[in-house]
Design a protein around this ligand. Structure first.
Ligand SMILES: Cc1cc2nc3c(=O)[nH]c(=O)nc-3n(C[C@H](O)[C@H](O)[C@H](O)COP(=O)(O)OP(=O)(O)OC[C@H]3O[C@@H](n4cnc5c(N)ncnc54)[C@H](O)[C@@H]3O)c2cc1C
Length: 408
């Protein structure tokens, strides 16, 4: 081989090495740029969430759009009536509404999770499903929303709050598990993770009966297209003839712990759950039995039924009859009554004995049942979503820790 050929070979090798190095550095720069963009996005979310743009008490919002998501379920796009910017929120948080349905002497307070990502400073979105009580009668506020609330209406809304949220700074793979309307906080989480181009693995389980109550189908599929790290598992417990497996849903089953064990590569994830009582009962218990540490299982209750089920496995057990007898003094009503350990909450105990205390969500989220403690302490079955002022308690989810005097 001549010297010219050797030189050519040497130059080609050098050129290949330089090209490879260049490609490698370009890729690394791209990754660094992506990571930087994500950090900026997170900082933006934090800046928007700063207290300067948050508000105290109720603020007026106009219903800008009302969109049907599936049978008996509508999304409401809410714009601040004064047109000023909105604070961001943490995905999983909720808004608290003060609604005055006709014929009710008092305004009704209800919480609704933000179902969009924390991506816009000009509107929020909540999604509300018509609630039917166990006795078949319609829920007051959710029916009012479905039947009466129209585009252009003005509503009183408190700022986003709640402690059930996904921390975007902690880069652990997550499993989002929802049943029915419990999808709302999970959708916000999945949207934010997709928006900030977060690289973590996401498993998204959603369960409903059939295609009729499969809300956000197109929106979630679109999210998955934009997020290669998201794996979707849609479960129909009773699919209709028109529901096609593989196209509309993935599993003809409920969301169960066995399904998750079959799908997940390990149990080493952070889990977020929201759904009906029995759904939470079995899944929370199943995850603990599978060895998932309690700190990695986070759940939100939409009503008192789910609080009880969550508390069963995730929080201190109810007092037993062996406990010493406490005395509860209701100072305003002038009553002293011995605590009944089987009472599910201080509120339920007060109500049973004819002592009126405001009440709404039953889940420690809306703050309606907040009462001042004059003496003594209480225990909570679960972490309250609503802030508890020093020296007060949320009666719907607490029980006395000993003798107690409260301002009721
Ligand atoms: C933090 C939080 C977030 C929520 N997010 C959403 C959401 O995104 N979309 C949505 O549609 N709903 C959501 N809910 C439920 C919602 O606040 C109302 O409870 C629901 O709309 C029923 O209210 P209603 O006035 O129609 O029914 P009513 O029967 O008139 O009032 C409901 C009352 O029944 C109690 N209740 C008993 N069991 C349940 C149960 N299983 N579910 C609800 N309430 C029960 C509640 O404590 C409440 O006092 C959320 C609740 C909480 C606490």
């Amino acid at each position: 081989m001549g010297g010219g050929a050797l030189m050519l070979g040497y130059l080609v090798t050098q050129w290949l090495a330089t090209t490879r190095r260049y490609a490698f550095e370009t890729k690394r720069n791209q990754l660094e740029l992506t990571a930087l963009a994500k950090r900026i996005e997170i900082l933006n979310l934090k800046v928007q969430a700063s207290p300067e743009v948050a508000w105290n008490g109720y603020r007026k919002f106009t219903v800008a759009r009302k969109v049907e998501e599936c049978e008996d379920t509508y999304s409401y796009y809410l714009k601040p009536h004064n047109g000023r910017p909105l604070p961001s929120f943490k995905p999983g948080q909720y808004l608290t509404f003060e609604i005055q349905p006709p014929g009710f002497p008092k305004a009704q307070i209800r919480c609704y999770s933000l179902s969009d990502g924390a991506l816009s400073d000009d509107h929020y979105r909540v999604t509300i499903k018509r609630f039917t009580r166990d006795d078949g009668t319609p829920g007051v506020v959710s029916s009012y929303f479905s039947d009466e609330v129209r585009e252009g209406d003005i509503l009183n809304v408190k700022a986003p709050s709640g402690k059930f949220y996904l921390d975007v700074d902690i880069e652990r793979p997550v499993v989002l598990i929802s049943g029915g309307i419990g999808i709302t906080p999970m959708l916000a989480m999945a949207r934010v993770l997709t928006h900030i181009n977060d690289q973590r693995e996401i498993y998204f389980f959603f369960g409903c009966r059939s295609g009729v109550d499969h809300m956000f189908r197109d929106e979630v599929i679109e999210l998955q297209k934009n997020n290669p790290n998201m794996r979707l598992h849609i479960c129909y417990s009773r699919p209709n003839e028109s529901d096609v497996k593989g196209e509309h849903y993935n599993h003809h089953s409920r969301v169960t712990i066995d399904l998750m064990k079959g799908v997940l590569p390990s149990s080493n994830f952070e889990y977020y759950l929201c759904g009906p009582g029995p759904f939470m009962d079995s899944l929370v218990a199943g995850l603990y039995e599978w060895g998932v540490p309690k700190k990695d299982v986070k759940f939100e209750a939409f009503g008192p039924a789910t609080v009880k089920s969550g508390a069963k496995d995730g929080a201190p057990k109810a007092d037993t009859g062996d406990q010493p007898t406490f005395e509860i003094e209701f100072s305003r009503s002038g009553k002293k009554i011995a605590w009944e350990p089987e009472s599910p909450s201080l509120h339920a105990f007060a109500e049973k004995h004819g002592i009126p205390i405001d009440y709404s969500c039953g889940a420690g989220s809306c703050g309606s049942c907040l009462v001042a403690i004059k003496k003594g302490n209480v225990n909570y079955d679960m972490e309250p979503g609503h802030d508890v002022d020093e020296g007060s308690c949320l009666t719907c989810i607490c029980r006395p820790a000993g003798n107690l005097v409260i301002d009721a």
